[in-house]
Design a protein around this ligand. Structure first.
Ligand code: ASP
Length: 581
């Protein structure tokens, strides 16, 4: 090896040792006769001291050095007079005897520092330099450790990691497929897996019993901070289990990760019905780090002549504790915020519970002090609180109030990144109505089993059928989801029928799975965790981008390698693809 030690390990116990280090020049300071250089590698930073007065060759070399040059130095570990207690190597420095430049570097386009001056686009273009920065590297180290712990835990429980193919046929998870043309089969395409769903179910038919895979999945959908076109799942499936077994095992995995990586222990994770999550939080992934639950007001506000309440399907509000001193201006700003097209509320009603005990609402013309006292009681409000109310179509009002609740949670500092609140959301509906296509879609995916007692409702009230489906939510982020699957051909065929497939279409697309169900398919179920999201939560980040080594930007582009890109006409010809544009 070129080096005897890394740049992060030498300390006072190594005094007097002759060492060789390799790394990148972080910075260099010339103080007359002495030059100080900080040399950095992935393990840390070590200060070098070069006596250039007495050594001409050191003087020559040190003068050529620039930021990010790659060097190899040998010298003796000595005690520093000016100690830096902030870094592990801060008590020593290396009195350099020889220095060799292993490679030069252009001046980097941004500072390789924890706080850099590089904008997002520039850092993405030079991602390999961005990855030299401690915060980004630490995220990837954390990710690596999490992956190891996942494997350790699941291996301990007899899960087997099996790789499933990447060139497959559509597995619907509610997004568009990325497709790959097949040269050997002109006019035909593979789809990249949106998940290994059908393969993991087939592995259960094969008797594998407990499968997992840390696996790339691909979904062609509009991107947001927490989405990438290719992302990683911890994908799992088990046979001969109940929903309760899955919840326990994967709660166990989550606890194991928190314990191993953050030293945090939890009581049993709370569980909530989907219907309650929607009613109390207007979201299927409530952030339960704070309360501020919804209060429905239909019974106490209707019939007093206020049109927006009387005509509303739902009048619903939250109590922003301690916010009675919000000024008119602040409330107007909040209302404007709610009216933005992204949220789409038409307005907001408020009621202040002043500290002097008086109640004052924005609709005083319609509601007496006594009425408002009833409002306050419904919210368990106290003097100093501010009640915020929305009205309209029930689904929309709930969605909008969810946004408002989260915003108020932010403003009141109730969403501390260092506090973790996991939650299981259970009993999702099997189907959801899609306005655009005028049809029911599988809420989870078409392989999810309806609750046996709800199967009869499929024909009469499809929207009311509940599934044996569950999500793990942490701090308002969906971390994972899964379900007990259908393992019976007839029920799977019925499901496809309800999803609008003809028998021929179902057979063409998923015949392989339904056929497999006729050869002794065991009852089974599973779950997949979004690994990137889990890592970003552990790293305290809002975006998953910085826990991914080479992520894509919001338009799905890798600006470093400039992809996607056009391909040569000869390639298109080989693939028998006509140039359409
Ligand atoms: N395949 C599902 C998903 O990607 C997870 C599961 O049902 O196991 O969301």
């Amino acid at each position: 090896m070129l080096r005897t030690h890394t740049c992060g390990e030498l300390n006072i116990n190594n005094l007097g040792q002759t060492v060789t280090l390799c790394g990148w020049v972080q910075k260099s300071r010339d103080l007359g006769g002495t030059t100080f250089i900080d040399v950095r590698d992935r393990y840390g930073l070590t200060q070098l001291v070069l006596n250039i007065d007495t050594d001409a060759s050191l003087r020559e070399t040190s003068r050529t050095l620039g930021r990010e040059f790659v060097i190899k130095v040998s010298g003796t570990v000595i005690e520093r007079t000016n100690k830096n207690t902030k870094i592990p190597t801060g008590e020593i420095e290396i009195a350099v005897e020889s220095i060799e430049v292993l490679n030069s570097s252009k001046v980097p386009p941004f500072m390789i520092e924890d706080e850099t001056d590089g904008g997002e686009e520039l850092r993405a273009k030079y991602r390999y330099l961005d990855l030299r920065r401690n915060p980004i590297r630490n995220n990837l180290v954390l990710r690596h450790k999490m992956a190891q712990e996942v494997r350790k835990y699941l291996d301990m429980l007899d899960f087997i990691e099996v790789e499933t193919p990447v060139l497959i046929k559509s597995t619907p998870e509610g997004a568009r497929d990325f497709v790959v043309p097949s040269r050997m089969n002109p006019g035909e395409f593979y789809a990249l897996p949106q998940s290994p769903q059908t393969f993991k179910q087939l592995l259960m038919v094969s008797g594998f019993d407990r499968y997992f895979q840390i696996v790339k999945c691909f979904r062609d959908e509009d991107l947001r901070a927490d989405r990438q076109p290719e992302f990683t799942q911890i994908d799992c499936e088990m046979a001969f289990i109940t929903q309760e077994d899955i919840l326990n095992i994967f709660e166990g995995l989550t606890r194991h990760l928190f314990k191993a990586l953050k030293g945090i222990e939890f009581n049993d994770f709370p569980r909530m019905q989907y219907a309650d999550a929607m009613r109390l939080y207007g979201s299927d992934k409530p952030d339960i780090r704070f309360g501020m639950q919804f209060v429905e007001l239909n019974d106490i506000v209707k019939g007093k002549g206020l049109g927006i309440f009387d005509s509303a399907e739902l009048v619903v509000g939250i109590n922003a504790k301690g916010c009675a001193d919000y000024t008119r201006k602040q409330i107007d700003e909040l209302t404007e915020w709610l009216k933005r097209p992204q949220i789409g509320a038409t307005g907001m009603i408020y009621c202040r519970y002043n500290t002097d005990g008086t109640l004052k609402s924005s609709v005083d013309k319609f509601y007496s002090e006594d009425d408002l006292t009833n409002w306050a009681a419904a919210f368990e409000a106290e003097p100093g609180d501010l009640i915020l109310v929305l009205a309209g179509n029930a689904d929309k009002a709930r969605k909008q109030l969810n946004e408002l609740r989260l915003e108020m949670g932010n403003r009141l500092g109730l969403r501390d990144k260092n506090i973790y609140a996991p939650l299981w959301v259970l009993d999702f509906p099997l189907l959801e109505f899609d306005e655009e296509s005028g049809r029911y879609h599988a809420m989870h995916h078409p392989f999810t089993s309806p609750k046996p007692e709800d199967i009869a409702l499929l024909d009469t009230n499809p929207g009311d059928v509940r599934a044996n489906a569950y999500d793990l939510v942490i701090n308002g982020t969906e971390i994972g989801g899964g379900s007990i699957r259908i393992h019976d051909r007839a029920l799977q065929a019925l499901m496809f029928k309800h999803l609008g497939f003809t028998a021929e279409e179902a057979q063409k697309q998923f015949g392989f799975l339904m056929d497999a169900f006729e050869y002794g398919a065991p009852p089974h179920g599973g779950i997949a965790f979004g690994f990137d999201r889990l890592c970003s939560i552990f790293a305290g980040l809002d975006s998953i981008r910085d826990v991914i080594a080479f992520p894509k930007n919001n338009s799905g582009r890798d600006v470093m390698i400039d992809s996607p890109s056009t391909i040569a006409d000869t390639q298109l010809k080989e693939l028998k693809i006509k140039t359409a544009l």
